[in-house]
Design a protein around this ligand. Structure first.
Ligand code: SAM
Length: 316
């Protein structure tokens, strides 16, 4: 669904506890007028007389967004690092659990002479429930790790070594993890215990997924390079390009990259779930939802934005 109008008014039409994920990317309180190009009318004004005026725009919308979220839903509040103070204050006021995700707009160039170039946006991930919906997402492996860790090779391919035994700081109290394993007159019985059950170790060995040292030393799990999905995502997202540097073509002044929205949607929803963006601009959230087989609701009070998002979604 796409609707033109004021977000606060349109949100009142939605039922309580009806959405699985909200992406909120309002004007940032920058004091700027945004236009797609100097000769274009497409854009919106981000000029507020006082910070209080800005709070009065954002806070009632945030309260309504919380009302329409399901118990295990997540809300993402997107803001530039320079303007993060008011959004963080509001997020912490209304949600129990707030985690900042730092998006470093990768390959951002810095052509500013008298100040530091701004490359960081913060996306506050908010929820009220520790059991929020979460699917692990992956980022590319660090280049240094990728180059230096997959040093071993067998008939399956190159592999890195993953720990199978606990170190001193994680000594187990579970007696079932204090077993021994013997092969060819050699016995392994780690004094701080194994990280996996005996049954799981035996099935890894059976599948030739355990590295046996030539001399003394621990057993390790083989982590194959060709099977790696990347590293489980951290709170630093430095692998997604800004619109200016990436492959997305710009159709709206403050448009966000599709990759960013796809990561958010994939991480916190399942197929068929409903994603809401109350100030949707070029409709990037809708595009991400559509690509990943989720449903979407998009609002914006700017008729140009509505026309642009409709066109983008029809073209997909
Ligand atoms: C930062 S842009 C969103 C950009 C979007 N995430 C994208 O990828 O294109 C903020 C949008 O909020 C809209 N907006 C501002 N105030 C609004 C209001 N009260 N109700 C609905 N939309 C509003 C603006 O028209 C603008 O399109």
């Amino acid at each position: 669904m796409i609707k033109e109008g004021d977000a606060l008014k349109l949100l009142k039409e939605l039922d309580d506890s009806s959405t699985n994920c909200v992406y909120f990317d309002p004007p940032f309180n920058t004091g700027r007028v945004f236009r797609l190009a100097s000769n274009s009318e497409i854009g919106f004004n981000d000029v507020w007389e006082t910070d209080n005026d800005y709070v009065n725009l954002i806070e009632p919308v945030l309260v309504e967004l919380k009302r329409v979220m399901k118990k295990d839903a997540s809300l993402f509040f997107h803001i530039s690092a320079a303007e993060m103070f008011i959004p963080e204050m509001l997020c912490r006021k209304h949600f129990k659990n707030v985690q900042p995700i730092f998006w470093k707009k990768s390959r951002s160039k810095n052509n500013i002479k008298k100040k530091l170039g701004a490359t960081i946006d913060v996306v506050f991930w908010c929820c009220d429930n520790n059991n929020r919906k979460f699917n692990m997402v992956y980022q590319p492996l660090d280049a240094y790790y990728a180059e230096n860790s997959y040093k071993n090779e067998d008939e399956r391919g190159f592999y890195a070594l993953g720990h199978l035994v606990n170190d001193r700081t994680r000594k187990t109290t579970n007696l079932k993890r204090l077993y021994s394993y013997t092969k060819d007159d050699r016995t392994w019985q780690p004094e701080n215990g194994w990280r996996l059950s005996e049954e799981d170790l035996l099935s890894l060995i059976e599948d030739n997924r355990v590295h046996f040292p030539k001399g003394k030393g621990n057993l390790y799990r083989k982590i194959y390079k060709h099977e790696s999905k990347g590293k489980p995502a951290t709170d630093l997202w430095d692998d997604i390009h800004s619109i200016a540097q990436g492959g997305d073509s710009r159709v709206y002044p403050t448009q966000k990259p599709l990759g960013l929205l796809e990561r958010i949607v994939e991480m916190t929803t399942d197929e068929g779930d409903l994603v809401l963006d109350p100030m949707a601009g070029a409709g990037t959230t809708g595009l991400a939802a559509k690509n990943l087989n989720r449903q979407y609701i998009l609002f914006d009070n700017n008729p140009d934005a509505i026309a642009i998002m409709k066109k983008r979604l029809e073209q997909t």
